[in-house]
Design a protein around this ligand. Structure first.
Ligand SMILES: *Cc1c(COP(=O)(O)O)cnc(C)c1O
Length: 218
């Protein structure tokens, strides 16, 4: 049995069945993606469009794969991402959300998206601070072609497990706070939080989706 298949089977023991495991395949060859598929994985995520498109093309016969875009996205590439990814986790600004909404309207699709937040200051990460997000909700609520489903966060490096758990829990609380405002187009039931180094903490704090690269493919 291949190592990738073994790793996925081990992960399934740890991960509650309601948590969606997304295999992050940046830098991963299509052969390895096919092995993960054979182990039953159907959700895969990519962070760079130039890398993702040729791989999606090669894997075209695997029709039940769901592709997730997880990387920082420039507005000029928005259309291609909307064409190629039914899920976008990394919507990190109002400008990008507006552009994606326009593209979704043109293409008559409604991508599922997460709003990327950073609840602790981190110069290396994109995303809304909680106060900024609260201010932008009324505008986001008008983007009818986006299916805004949740929040996504990436932790800064170097947090202790306790600190990491606190940040993940704050992310969940922010989603609850927004849901209590009853926006017609913002129902945040998904929490995309947890990578190879911190997914157990993410799950503990209520993650519904975890994004694992190294834990599967390294
Ligand atoms: C690379 C990446 C991951 C996966 O990271 P690992 O540490 O390899 O699990 C998850 N989310 C995002 C946004 C990434 O860029």
């Amino acid at each position: 049995m291949s190592l990738i298949i073994q790793k996925i089977e081990q992960l399934r023991q740890e991960i509650p069945p309601n948590v969606r495991l997304i295999g992050i395949t940046k830098g991963v060859e299509v052969e390895a993606i096919a092995q993960a598929y054979d182990a039953g994985l159907r959700d895969f995520g990519e962070s760079r469009l130039q890398e993702a498109i040729p791989k999606q093309e090669q894997l075209k016969s695997y029709q039940d794969i769901t592709w997730h875009f997880i990387g920082h996205l420039q507005s000029r590439k928005a259309k291609k991402v909307v064409e190629s990814f039914p899920w976008i986790h990394s919507v990190d600004s109002l400008k990008l959300a507006e552009r994606l909404d326009d593209c979704a309207r043109e293409l008559s699709v409604s991508p599922r998206v997460c709003l990327q937040v950073k609840l602790v200051p981190d110069p290396n990460k994109y995303g809304w601070h909680s106060q900024e997000l609260i201010q932008d909700l009324a505008t986001l609520n008008q983007y009818q072609h986006l299916n805004i489903q949740g929040l996504m966060t990436i932790l800064p490096l170097g947090l202790s497990p306790t600190e990491a758990l606190t940040v993940f829990k704050s992310t969940r609380e922010l989603a609850q706070q927004i849901n209590q405002q009853n926006w017609s187009n913002l129902r945040l039931s998904e929490l995309s939080m947890g990578m190879s180094g911190d997914y157990l903490l993410g799950i503990q704090a209520g993650a519904t989706m975890i994004r694992l690269g190294r834990a599967i493919f390294l």
